[in-house]
Ligand binder design. Structure first.
Ligand code: ZN
Length: 385
């Protein structure tokens, strides 16, 4: 027996494709078996965890997160570790540390630190790769991102960032309508990077071209992109319409109205909507003044804003996002799927996000109010309420 061996019994198992009363067995950090009904007899020394009827689901995956617990991950490795330690308390077992557009040297340093965290993971939630949100964005849809550090899409800059990322860059968000963007999409796709479009002024036609070039995801759908108009469907129209696209949704009820979140789920289906936090340092920390993207941000009333009122990231956590979707009318199993399997597929993460043999034994147990009771990473209990 090793520390990653466990038998979770008496659980409401949510895979998330199916739900049944049963058990899950982990060996060496991976799921080896699961089944309905009473758990099999434990092996010698196997740790048995009685879930007491709680829902046991794959751990949540946050594929778009900048900070939490008072820390901005652009500040370096220590901040990544602090965020990982906080996210595990929110049921999140894996995440993609996400850059924000910043001075070039700062971006390279952050990418290097993120890659180090992926290669030598901290305690808590596991960094599973990087998401580069910028610098290839459109200033016209900058949101809170600093336009002065944005760059025209080009292969040389991308190669430099991929090199600093040492194989850990999983997602690049770019604006596909910028000159040179579609060529870069091909380059990134050939390197196995999932390309998402966001902070983009693309028309519907330009978004269709982007999908033809290999873009497969829309970053924080509805936010910082051309909206849906019935004569000009825009990027939102493309995101809703094109089956090839998954979408991210910041499900805090602030960035996107609950009705729009529900519409997104109705049109795309749960498996193509990845809930993301887009959280900044103020998540899981007292309200007040913060820095984000080199700017002053005030967190008040659960909203993070620049002085001019522009939303600047969120204070959302993945467990809260699931609760927002359930409150919006999405069946719990599908809401959980939008925080597990959907983000895994949207970011091209293999071996995580569902409960099947061979996948990581990364689990979250949820109570009747969809609050986190405990979290398991690699078959080991990582946190308990
Ligand atoms: Zn973001």
């Amino acid at each position: 027996m090793s520390a990653g061996d466990a038998l979770v019994a008496n659980a409401e198992v949510m895979t998330p494709e199916h739900v049944f009363r049963g058990w899950v067995r982990a060996r060496g950090g991976h799921i080896t078996a699961l089944g309905t009904g009473a758990a099999p007899r434990p092996c010698d020394g196997e740790r048995v965890i009685d879930a007491g009827g709680l829902v046991v689901a794959p751990g949540f995956l946050d594929i778009h997160v900048h900070g939490a617990a008072g820390r901005d991950m652009m500040d370096g490795r220590e901040s990544v570790d602090a965020v990982a330690a906080f996210l595990i308390t929110c049921g999140c077992t894996g995440f993609l540390p996400t850059t924000v557009t910043a001075p070039w040297a700062e971006t390279v340093r952050a990418v290097d630190a993120f890659a180090d965290a992926c290669a030598h993971p901290p305690a808590g939630a596991r960094p599973l790769g990087l998401h580069l949100e910028g610098p290839f964005l459109n200033p016209a849809r900058r949101g809170m991102q600093p336009a002065e550090h944005m760059r025209a899409p080009n292969a040389a800059d991308a190669a430099a960032l991929l090199s600093s990322g040492r194989g850990w860059v999983r997602t690049v968000t770019l604006a596909p309508e910028l000159p040179g963007a579609l060529a870069l999409v091909s380059v990134l796709g050939a390197r196995g990077v999932m390309v998402a479009m966001g902070h983009s002024d693309a028309s519907y036609a330009e978004a269709v071209d982007a999908v033809a070039a290999g873009v497969r995801r829309a970053t924080h759908c509805f936010n910082a992109m051309t909206p849906l108009h019935h004569r000009q469907p825009g990027l939102v129209g493309a995101a809703l319409d094109l089956d090839a696209l998954c979408v991210e949704a910041i499900a805090d009820g602030v960035h996107v109205h609950p009705t729009a979140l529900r519409l997104l789920w109705r049109v795309k289906g749960w498996r193509r909507v990845a809930l993301v936090s887009d959280a900044m340092a103020g998540a899981g920390a007292p309200e007040g003044a913060y820095r984000f993207g080199g700017q002053d941000v005030v967190v008040r009333g659960g909203e993070a804003r620049l002085a001019d009122g522009t939303l600047a990231g969120s204070v959302l956590t993945m467990d809260a996002a699931v609760r927002v979707m359930i409150a919006a009318g999405v069946p719990p199993r599908e809401a959980v799927g939008m925080a597990t399997l959907a983000p895994a597929e949207a970011a091209g993460l293999s071996g995580t996000g569902r409960l099947v043999p061979g996948y990581a034994a990364d689990l979250v147990a949820l109570d009747g109010g969809w609050r986190v009771a405990w979290t398991m990473v690699g078959g080991r209990l990582a946190w308990r309420a």
